[in-house]
Ligand binder design. Structure first.
Ligand SMILES: Cc1ncc(COP(=O)(O)O)c(C=O)c1O
Length: 447
C-alpha cells in the first residue's frame, strides 16, 4: 500500500447546511426512512464524497453496494449524456429500443452458466425478486416460496415476506404473502451446532428433509438465496453449501433463484459470487444495484423455458430497462471487467488490517466476507458472542465524524460492513482502514 494519504477534510459533521436540510427532511419526509449519515452530498467522484458544508468523505458504503466502480466513471457519464441527447423514455413494451436488448444480450453473455439466456429488466432489486417468484410459480405450477433465515430481498410485499428480519423491515406491514424460511449456514452462530467446514453439505441437507415432509412434498416453487447474506451480516456459507442446494432444488423440481443484487457486478472479484463455487447452477439470477453504474436498473435472467412460461403481457412495467439506465449499465460492465483484477488485492489488504485490529480489539468476534465485501461482527464477549450493537453504532458515527461513510448490518445490528468500490486507490483504502481503526477505538470506549 502507498504511504500517501487521501487528505480527508472534516470540520463540523454534520455541518450547518446539512443541519438546515435535515430540518426540511423532518418537515417533509416520512420519519419511517432512516438516514445512516445525515450529511447532504453535493458532489461525488471515484471513492470520495463532498457534502454541502465542504467536508470530504471516503465512501466505503457505495450507496449500499451500488457504485462498485466508483462514482461517475467517465465511460458511464459519457454513455448517459449520449443517450440523453437521443431519447429518455418510450417504454420498451410500447416502442422498443436497442439498449434494452443489448443489455439482455450482455447479461446472457456474462451469466454464470450458459443456460441463463433470457431476461426481463426492472427498476429495483425488489421488483426483480418479486418477478422471480411470479415466474417460478408460473413455470412450476407450484406455490411454496422459500428463503433463508438472515436473508434480505427488498421492501415490496413478496420481497419483504422473503426477508428475514422483523424489525424494522416487516413489523406492522402484514398480512404478508405466505413464504417459508430455512436455516442459512451462519457458521459463526451455527444453528445446528455443526463443525466447520464439514457442515456445508449437512446444512443444505436439512432443506431436503424439510421439502420431503408431507407439508412440502411436491409443493415447492422456488428457493431464493444470496450467495453471501448481505444485510444479514455478510455471512459466507461453506463452499459446498450452494452446490448441494442447487442439486436439492433439481431433485424437488424447484427453481433456484440466485439473488446477486448485492454480491454481483464484480463485487466479489468475479462477475457473480456463485462463480467462486463450482457446481452451483442457478435457474434464475436476479441482479440490480451495481449493474446500473448508479442508475436504477435490475434484471431477472433465467433459463429459456422458465422465462418464457408466463403469458404474453404477464411481465414488464412502464420504466423497467429505461434507455438511459441501459446505456449506463452497458458502459459500466466494461469498467467492472477491468476493475475486477483489483479485488484480490483489496481483499488481502482489508483482511490484513482487520486481523491486526482484531488483535487490538477483542470486541471483533468474527472477520468474514468475500472479495470487496468484508465485515466484522462485534461481540461484547467472544465466548457468549453477545452482539455489541451499541458499540457498532457508536463506531459508525465516529467514522462519519472522521470522514468515513460506512454502513452497518446484521440480524443483530452488530456488523460493520465494508464495500469499497473495486477501483478504490490504495492510499484511500489505507486511510479508510486507519479511520475505521480509530473509530473502533473511540466507538467501543464511548458506547
Ligand atoms: C440481496 C438483496 N436483494 C434485494 C435487495 C433489494 O434491492 P432494492 O433496494 O433495489 O429494491 C437488496 C437491497 O439491499 C439486496 O441486498
Amino acid at each position: 500500500m502507498a504511504a500517501k494519504k487521501a487528505s480527508i477534510k472534516t470540520a463540523d459533521v454534520p455541518g450547518p447546511k446539512s443541519v438546515e436540510l435535515g430540518k426540511l427532511r423532518d418537515k417533509y419526509l416520512s420519519k419511517a426512512m432512516g438516514i445512516s449519515a445525515p450529511v447532504y452530498i453535493e458532489k461525488a467522484e471515484g471513492s470520495l464524497l463532498w457534502d454541502v458544508d465542504g467536508n470530504t468523505f471516503i465512501d466505503i458504503g457505495c450507496g449500499i453496494g451500488v457504485t462498485n466502480v466508483g462514482h461517475r466513471p467517465k465511460e458511464v457519464v459519457a454513455a448517459v449524456k449520449k443517450q440523453a441527447d437521443k431519447f429518455l423514455h418510450t417504454c420498451f413494451q410500447v416502442t422498443p429500443y436497442e439498449g434494452y436488448v443489448r443489455l439482455a444480450e450482455k447479461l446472457a453473455t456474462i451469466a454464470p452458466h450458459p443456460g441463463l439466456v433470457k431476461s426481463v429488466l426492472y427498476n429495483s432489486g425488489a421488483e426483480a425478486v418479486e418477478n422471480s417468484v411470479k415466474i417460478s410459480r408460473h413455470y412450476t405450477k407450484k406455490q411454496a416460496a422459500f428463503s433463508f433465515v438472515h436473508a434480505f430481498h427488498g421492501r415490496t410485499m413478496m420481497a419483504m415476506a422473503l426477508t428475514s428480519k422483523e424489525m424494522p423491515y416487516k413489523a406492522g406491514f402484514g398480512p404478508l404473502p405466505e413464504t417459508y424460511k430455512v436455516e442459512f449456514a451462519y457458521c459463526y452462530r451455527c444453528p445446528f451446532k455443526m463443525d466447520y467446514p464439514s457442515c456445508g453439505v449437512a446444512c443444505a441437507d436439512k432443506i431436503d428433509q424439510t421439502w420431503s415432509s408431507p407439508q412440502f412434498q411436491g409443493k415447492v416453487a422456488c428457493l431464493i438465496g444470496e450467495p453471501v447474506a448481505g444485510e444479514g451480516g455478510f455471512i459466507v456459507p461453506p463452499k459446498e453449501f450452494y452446490a448441494k442446494i442447487t442439486k436439492i432444488c433439481k431433485k424437488h423440481g424447484a427453481v433456484y433463484v440466485d439473488d446477486e443484487i448485492q454480491t454481483g457486478a464484480g463485487r466479489t472479484g468475479k462477475m457473480w459470487a456463485v462463480q467462486h463455487w463450482p457446481g452451483v447452477e442457478p435457474d434464475i439470477l436476479v441482479s440490480g444495484k451495481g449493474i446500473g453504474g448508479g442508475f436504477p436498473v435490475s434484471a431477472t435472467t433465467g433459463r429459456i423455458e422458465i422465462m418464457d412460461a408466463p403469458q404474453v403481457g404477464g411481465l414488464g412495467g412502464t420504466f423497467g430497462g429505461n434507455p438511459v439506465a441501459c446505456a449506463a449499465a452497458l458502459a459500466q460492465f466494461g469498467v467492472i471487467e477491468k476493475g475486477m483484477k483489483n479485488v484480490p488485492r483489496i481483499n488481502a489488504y482489508i483482511t490484513k488490517r482487520l486481523k491486526e485490529m482484531q488483535s487490538r480489539f477483542p470486541i471483533i468476534g468474527d472477520i468474514r466476507g468475500m472479495g470487496a465485501m468484508m465485515a466484522i461482527e462485534l461481540v461484547s464477549d467472544p465466548k457468549s458472542k453477545t452482539p455489541a450493537a451499541k458499540e457498532t453504532k457508536a463506531a459508525k458515527v465516529a467514522a462519519m465524524k472522521k470522514g468515513l461513510i460506512l454502513l452497518t448490518c446484521g440480524t443483530y445490528d452488530n456488523v460493520i460492513r465494508l464495500h469499497p468500490s473495486i477501483i478504490m486507490p490504495d492510499d484511500i483504502l489505507e486511510e479508510a482502514m486507519d479511520i475505521l481503526e480509530a473509530s473502533l477505538e473511540e466507538g467501543t470506549k464511548s458506547a
